[in-house]
Design a protein around this ligand. Structure first.
Ligand code: A2P
Length: 339
């Protein structure tokens, strides 16, 4: 098997550091890794794959003469908007974790359990979806294939780690009695904030609109009607989601549970009599999407309620990005895509 040169852009950030962890676990066929961040971090040393790597400054020429095949980006949308096209113009395939390219018609938006073949259509940039959307579509896509989803109501309970290091610090400081806020507009300790990302003219937040639009794009069905309310809660790791779904076809509840249990990337935890249901505390550092509280919505002819939990920094970001890289390499190796 050929070996590939892989770059990590934003290697010092919360997701970037998780990239390194997941890459160490998964052992891609890599020849060299190149780590990039801002000028602030240039020259810092990071232990990775058993050796010291030096952080390079991201510049317009930093990819030259390195023969990089894949670049995993997680340095924010403005960095991606500027540097992803520069990398792509040098023949690098960018897998971008920011929101910059997700809704671009030329850019595949990929969850490997759902739409891996969209990778085949890439033109140099592949987007990693929003963390809340990834875990939702892993659970919903197999049900859509069987029963056709008509409508989805999302309500989320999202961890502070989804807001980066400053969000994490707001909860940690609050627990320690320090009310200085670095990220959120209100204290998050002992609170819930129904406000993630900016508000738009329609009264929704950008996070809510991301969930609506990205779900349709990934599942490949723009006729599904979707609404969402996204809420930040005082949890460090792991997003939880209450998902109400209405189907076109009727379903048998046991069959629906079996479909979920047999679908890739899902673990069903649904034994309420024994207090067993998914919770963020137990999803931390796992790659799966946990689904429980599976019950009929008795207010409509064919509906179900699900409780879906996953580690937002792993499956919601780093793991999904690395899985896309693995799938891309598979396509190169089996000749479905030219390198
Ligand atoms: P740095 O640590 O040098 O600031 P987080 O999402 O946790 O805030 O991390 C953001 C990541 O993106 C960090 O690795 C950060 O590097 C990197 N980054 C931010 N701005 C830039 C920039 N202008 N050029 C390159 N990397 C950047």
């Amino acid at each position: 098997m050929k070996k590939y040169n892989i770059a990590i852009v934003g290697a010092t950030g919360m997701v970037g550091r998780k990239f390194l962890e997941v890459l160490e676990e998964r052992q891609l066929p890599a020849l060299n890794y190149y780590l990039f961040a801002s000028a602030r971090s240039a020259g810092k040393r990071v232990k990775f794959m058993g050796k010291e790597h030096i952080i390079n400054e991201l510049t317009e020429t930093c990819f030259d003469d390195k023969e990089i095949d894949i670049a995993l980006f997680s340095a924010g949308a403005s960095v991606s908007r500027k540097y992803a096209p520069i990398a792509a113009s040098k023949g690098i395939v960018v897998i971008d974790n920011s929101s910059a390219w997700r809704m671009d018609g030329e850019v595949p938006l990929v969850v490997p359990e759902v739409n891996p073949a969209d990778i085949l259509k890439h033109k140099g940039i592949i987007a990693n979806p929003n963390c809340s959307t990834i875990q939702a579509v892993v659970a919903l896509n197999p049900l859509h294939r069987h029963y056709r989803i008509k409508r989805i109501v999302y309500s989320t309970y999202q961890a502070v780690s989804g807001a980066g290091l400053n969000g994490y610090m707001d909860l940690k400081n609050g627990i320690e009695g320090n009310n200085t806020l670095l990220k959120f507009p209100h204290p998050i300790f002992a609170n819930c904030i129904p406000h993630i990302d900016d508000f738009l003219d329609n009264g929704y937040t950008k996070e809510e609109m991301k969930m609506i639009q990205e779900t349709q794009k990934i599942i490949g069905d723009y006729s599904i009607r979707i609404t969402a309310t996204t809420v930040r809660v005082p949890v460090f790791h792991g997003h939880s989601e209450s998902i109400n779904v209405e189907f076109e076809k009727d379903f048998d509840l046991n069959e629906l549970k079996d479909i979920l249990a047999n679908s890739p990337g899902i673990v069903v935890v649904d034994d309420p009599k024994n207090n067993k249901y998914p919770m963020p505390l137990y999803a931390e550092n796992k790659d799966e999407v946990f689904v429980g509280r599976i019950r009929r919505d008795e207010s409509v002819p064919s509906g179900v309620n699900l409780w879906v939990v996953s580690d937002n920094v792993r499956k919601g970001a780093a793991t999904n990005t690395v899985q896309i890289a693995q799938k891309l390499i598979d396509y190169w190796e089996n000749g479905q895509l030219d390198r």
